[in-house]
Design a protein around this ligand. Sequence first.
Ligand code: SF4
Length: 353
Amino acid sequence: MATNLRKELLENRNINIDFIAGPDSYKRLPDLIREASQTGEKTFDVTLSEFETYSDIQPLRKEGTNAWIAVMRGCNNFCTFCVVPYTRGRERSRGVENVVEEVRRLADEGFKQVTLLGQNVNSYSHDGKDFADLLESISRIDGIKRIRFTSPHPKDFPDKLIELVATNPKVCKQMHLPLQAGNNRILDLMNRTYTQEEFLSLVDKMRARIPNVSMTTDIIAGFPTETDEEFEDTFRVMQKVEFDAAYIFKYSERKNTLASKKYPDDIPEDIKGQRVLRLSNLQKDMALKRNLQHVGQTHAVLVEYSDRNTKEWKGRTDGGQLVTLPGNHFQIGQWVNVTITAATPHTLKGNIV
Ligand code: SF4
């Protein structure tokens, strides 16, 4: 947002800003601080690099079970509602060896799980290696037990990647598939590059190959010109897929995007609100239905933290479901086999076997 709104931020006298640094300007921070303090003038550097991947900086991480690792940056997709291609630039990926080296070090430090990050993570590509190759290389590292990734685009799931997720025991059986909308005209206006039918056939293919896969999604309700009937398509697709979880938002115009220039934000706020509410209620029912299917099953759970208020321990299944573990004392990073005894739309409850 600093990149996108720099002019307004610098000119607004009510906001006390000395300088603005874009995501690729971090190496210039000492200069920016010096310039701002010596001249007293507001300054900015939001230059985007074609090559910057952060591969030569290793974040300092505290102990934990999971480490987040950026493996690619930027996006070439230009969904019409999204600022990412303008504020983060085009896609560029780190080398496989560079990522593997970082993960090896994390495994030595005791991390058991890594989550690979990228604005369009499954379009990862470096020196002829694709995302499946990267996952495969990381899975060979001893000590790393689980690999997750986010956020993928539905168009970048070749059979090779689905096959790898299905067969590699370290790659979690969890897919985030951002649907955004279920109507083909709206998907086209969004420039999502898939149709409702293509999305549903991808879901079928994944479920056929990975039977216990859990699926989550993102939805935008009230995109410009979306009619009641077109909205019903989104409702029906969500009903059909039965996602385990969904992040549902009202359309909110982002400055400088194609949608903001071409499509007036013409759906009234109350209609957007009603649509979000209907989808959220549907999702709650679907999530409960999906979670109840786990009751009686036994899952390997990685203990992640203890809730400060309830003092209950929490961990996650391979599919990413949050499990509450009452009445026991655990350690962060511990593996436990848990039989699920109860479910709500958002969590499971279980007893150690
Ligand atoms: Fe890229 Fe995702 Fe933004 Fe689309 S929504 S332009 S895929 S970052």
